[in-house]
Ligand binder design. Structure first.
Ligand SMILES: [Zn+2]
Length: 416
């Protein structure tokens, strides 16, 4: 491929949420150079031409809550007993599958091999392994899990508050090179019954995490189901809140006040996987039905309050594998009442902000990174087509084609 590529004749959904429009888009190196009328014959001369007819060109999808390190994808099911070396390689495998499914960026939801995830971030970023633009995260844990760490205590009662160990954990993870440190502020009823509303950290501990994160320049993400935990996350300036299942009025008001600093990933995919997905035996565990009913009411309320919502459904488990991530977009429409354009805006423009790449990622706009998808058909008419990888005619990251369907390379002259 030459440095410049012209994608001609597609409908363009630019990520802003506005309707799509017909326009040619010129890529120069890793960035978008021009679109529409600004693509002059002089600019486009000598560019490779891709035929975009019958397709929609949109920003690459961004997942806000994915686990590349749990081992399972639509191509491989992990028994979670692989050796550590094999698990490290599975992170790379999961990155490739995620990119194949149209996700050109991922904001990690946590990885028990943070150093391997940091290595994957470098490999994907330098382009010597296929995978998304990645924000790497620390490991996480919750009540009752066997992995060692500061999260293995049951709640905060009957133990001494230990802000020092939490600060040390954030420090260690920053040393490992992660972008994000994940705090499991509540337990998880799907793993240990009845813990989704148990707060696991003292206020002092979260304050210590927050101060250390600020000092080290890493972001914090909170796994938080209960109102108390959501409130705690916002008060301590945690940047991303996952699940956000049971907020009360106070939590909703705090989230609203912090809406320019905070992102919420309501994570519908894992609820679907537990309760509904016919591909796996539905497991009516924990508080899943309650969680489903609650998020269906809460997410439209968060949207009405202008809180930035991102898709990302905890993909990475055997019953909820990497590669199904676009299902979250359908759930934003079906469960939360988003229009397809609104859901896609969350997965593109808002995702770019989540990645910390404001003015760089998530829009089709001159100067922005050329992370793009060419989709056969119109995802604004049927967002479900994004779940069919055969519809992804081109997947482009940093101006490089990860995929290009046969027949899309045009021999027509670029100058028109
Ligand atoms: Zn998760």
């Amino acid at each position: 491929m030459p440095d410049r590529t012209l994608i001609a004749g597609a409908q363009v959904f630019d990520g802003s949420g506005a309707d799509s429009f017909a326009a040619d888009v010129l890529i120069d190196g890793e960035r978008i150079a021009a679109l529409g009328r600004d693509v002059t014959p002089t600019l486009a001369e000598g560019a490779e031409v891709i035929d975009g007819s019958g397709a929609t060109l949109m920003p690459g999808l961004i997942d806000g809550h994915a686990h590349l390190g749990f081992g399972s994808t639509v191509e491989y099911t992990s028994d979670r007993h692989e050796s550590e070396d094999e698990r490290a390689l599975l992170i790379a495998h999961a990155g490739r599958v995620l990119l194949d499914s149209g996700f050109t960026s991922a904001y990690s939801g946590g990885n028990r091999l943070p150093r391997a995830e940091v290595a994957a971030r470098a490999a994907f970023g330098r382009g010597w392994l296929p995978g998304p633009r990645l924000r790497a995260a620390s490991w996480e844990g919750s009540v009752g899990l066997v992995e060692p760490g500061v999260y293995d205590f049951p709640g905060t009662h009957g133990r001494a508050s230990d802000p020092g160990s939490v600060a040390r954990f954030v420090d260690d993870m920053a040393d490992a090179g992660v972008d994000i440190v994940k705090l499991t502020l509540t337990g998880e009823s799907a793993v240990v019954a009845g813990t989704s509303r148990v707060v696991q950290f003292t206020d002092e501990e979260v304050a210590a995490a927050s101060a250390t994160a600020d000092k080290r320049g890493v972001w914090l993400t909170a796994h938080a189901h209960s109102a108390d935990a959501i409130t705690m996350a916002v008060r301590h300036g945690i940047r991303a809140v996952y699940h956000c299942t049971f907020p009360d009025d106070e939590a909703l008001d705090l989230l609203t006040q912090a809406r320019d600093q905070i992102f919420v990933a309501p994570t519908p995919g894992i609820i679907y996987a537990h309760l509904i997905d016919p591909a796996f035996p539905p497991a009516d565990i924990g508080e899943m039905r309650e969680a489903l009913a609650s998020v269906k009411a809460v997410v439209p309320e968060l949207k009405a309050r202008g809180i930035r919502l991102v898709p990302g459904g905890d993909y990475g488990f055997a019953f909820n594998p990497i590669g199904k991530n676009a299902r979250d977009l359908q759930l934003f429409v079906d469960w939360f009442g988003f229009t397809p354009a609104e859901a896609l805006r969350c997965a593109t423009a808002v995702g770019g902000e989540l990645m910390g790449l404001n003015d760089d990622l998530g829009l089709i706009k001159p100067g922005y990174l050329a992370d793009l998808l060419l989709v056969d058909g119109d995802p604004l008419a049927d967002i479900g087509i994004l779940q069919d990888t055969r519809r992804l005619a081109a997947i482009i990251k940093s101006g490089r084609f990860h995929k290009l369907a046969d027949g899309r390379r045009s021999h027509a002259a670029a100058v028109r």
